[in-house]
Design a protein around this ligand. Structure first.
Ligand code: AMP
Length: 116
């Protein structure tokens, strides 16, 4: 696993910083967002460091698929059967605030479209 010293999500992945983890496996984990935007707001991250989806899909596309599979598993665990959203922000204009790729899994309420 490759980590970056000052990366918040690398520290969560290695247990240095605690998080409310709901499911994890050898290559990824899912934990509750500290500032939830919906009744269910979970972040799915790889244990290894990739800055964003562009870097992830270029360097390890198989892992990208595994992360989406874990996001689907989160939706099942959280009983989001009536609908949910998977979001990933890439770069400044999209509002990415943590430079370790993550998928937001949002649900538990009606979600509007388009996003802001
Ligand atoms: P983004 O803005 O797309 O990069 O998403 C980063 C997300 O990380 C935000 O929704 C934050 O609320 C969330 N976040 C920041 N710090 C933590 C933390 N220590 N534990 C859980 N979620 C966090």
């Amino acid at each position: 696993m490759s980590t970056v010293n000052d990366c918040l999500f690398c520290k969560i992945a290695t247990g240095v910083i605690p998080a409310d983890i709901i499911v994890e496996n050898d290559h990824a984990l899912a934990f509750r967002d500290i500032d939830p935007k919906a009744p269910t707001h979970v972040l799915v991250i790889p244990r290894s460091h990739f800055a964003d989806v562009d870097e992830l899909t270029e360097r390890d596309p198989d892992l990208a698929g595994k992360l989406l599979a874990l996001a689907s598993e989160v939706a099942k665990l959280e009983a989001l059967g009536t609908g949910y959203r998977i979001v990933t922000n890439i770069g400044e204009d999209a509002g990415q605030s943590v430079a370790h790729v993550h998928f937001h899994v949002l649900g538990g309420r009606s979600l509007t479209w388009p996003p802001g």
